[in-house]
Design a protein around this ligand. Structure first.
Ligand SMILES: CC(C)(COP(=O)(O)OP(=O)(O)OC[C@H]1O[C@@H](n2cnc3c(N)ncnc32)[C@H](O)[C@@H]1OP(=O)(O)O)[C@@H](O)C(=O)NCCC(=O)NCCS
Length: 329
């Protein structure tokens, strides 16, 4: 049962917070010197009390009369920021954490807020996957001075979801892609593929790399995928990436959500470098790739001829992993 916390029970909440964060603080090398309150593993009672008194919303997951889980959030103008979500280690894997997250989503709906944000340790892969399972996606990552880990930022937005595509998405993807073939040189393809051929293409790409779609209220509004950079064997640790967003949804953060997830998946798949080729001029795409950590490599001049003109392609790269000895693929 989830119940608002009374001030007199903050001490019990603090025990739950300490017990849940202690293993994480140990795993990621947090000390009182490099991370404030060791990422809450040693949060002092007076700090929690001040947070409570300042109006932070706090809820407990109660089993009988004992607090075994805790969640707190702050309401900002148009979003809720989750500050803590914790379950006692011995009560984890019982769905209590999910119930707490769902509770905050319900609160968001009651408060007429469509966005929830939170910060986490970017390398905490298990936790990240857990949030992703609950409809969150990554929107950023920051390395703070002296911190022993990268801070990752996740968001949940009502109606927005990112998932692996299936062949059934081919039609919706082709609908977004077609104007870029017919009306621009952003794609060097000159004939729009038939749906049947496009389905085969999606199926082939899916078999080797992630192919993601972003849906808004159940409608595909953008997609991003990876493909082999070049065929020869030694290139197999490098991948090309591509992203297309339906024009009505540009500049709403959807490209960023898709690329951050794509990059994460490519990293864990053993890809060392992502490359993107951008037909010139396309300042938007160059700006987008640079915002996502890509840097320019160089330009192929007059490498493509489309719509009666020669086109340059600027290549950008983004290292994904430390260049150690790769595992055999
Ligand atoms: C390029 C493209 C994928 C960007 O997608 P998007 O969802 O609009 O981008 P986002 O809203 O996620 O933007 C992320 C960041 O990219 C940069 N960016 C995006 N659009 C930009 C623009 N018009 N000008 C400058 N920077 C831009 C910004 O830094 C932005 O962060 P901010 O909004 O916090 O400032 C989209 O414009 C698109 O589909 N274009 C047509 C297809 C295309 O060119 N694909 C790339 C082929 S190489």
């Amino acid at each position: 049962m989830i119940i608002p916390i009374e001030e007199k029970r903050l001490c019990e909440c603090l025990s739950v917070i300490h017990a849940a964060y202690e293993p994480i603080a140990a795993q990621f090398g947090m000390t009182d010197k490099n991370t404030p309150h060791r990422g809450h593993a040693s949060l002092p009672l007076d700090v929690l009390q001040k947070q409570f008194q300042s109006g932070r919303s706090m809820y407990g997951y109660f089993v009988h009369d004992a607090i075994v889980g805790f969640i707190s959030y702050t309401k900002n103008k148009d979003f809720l920021k989750i500050n803590d979500v914790v379950v006692l280690p011995e009560y984890q894997h019982n769905g209590f954490g999910s119930a707490l997250l769902d509770y905050v989503k319900e609160q968001a709906s009651i408060l007429d807020v469509i966005k929830i944000t939170l910060g986490m340790i970017d390398d905490n892969k298990v936790l990240k996957e857990w949030y992703i399972k609950h409809g969150f996606y990554q929107v950023g990552a920051v390395q703070y001075d002296g911190a022993p880990f990268l801070a990752g930022y996740m968001e949940w937005n009502k109606g927005i979801s990112v998932r692996h595509s299936t062949v059934d998405d081919a039609e919706a993807i082709l609908k977004i892609y077609t104007p870029f073939i017919t009306d621009t040189s952003i794609s060097f393809e000159t004939e729009t593929p038939t749906l049947e051929n496009f389905e085969k293409r999606v199926e082939r790409l899916l078999s080797e790399y992630p192919y993601l779609v972003c849906e808004k209220d159940g409608v595909v509004v953008g997609y991003a995928y990876a493909s082999r950079h070049r065929e020869r064997s030694a290139y197999k640790y490098s991948a090309d990436v591509s992203v297309y967003i339906s024009p009505a949804f540009h500049r709403k953060g959807i490209g960023r959500i898709l690329y951050m997830r794509l990059i994460d998946l490519l990293k864990s798949q053993g890809v060392y470098t992502a490359y993107a080729g951008v037909t010139q001029p396309n300042d938007v795409s160059i700006g987008f790739h640079k915002a996502l950590g890509f840097s320019e490599v160089g330009t192929y001049h007059n490498v493509g001829y489309k719509h009666g003109k020669w086109h340059d392609v600027t290549w950008l790269e983004r290292p994904l992993r430390k260049y150690d000895k790769p595992e055999a693929k």
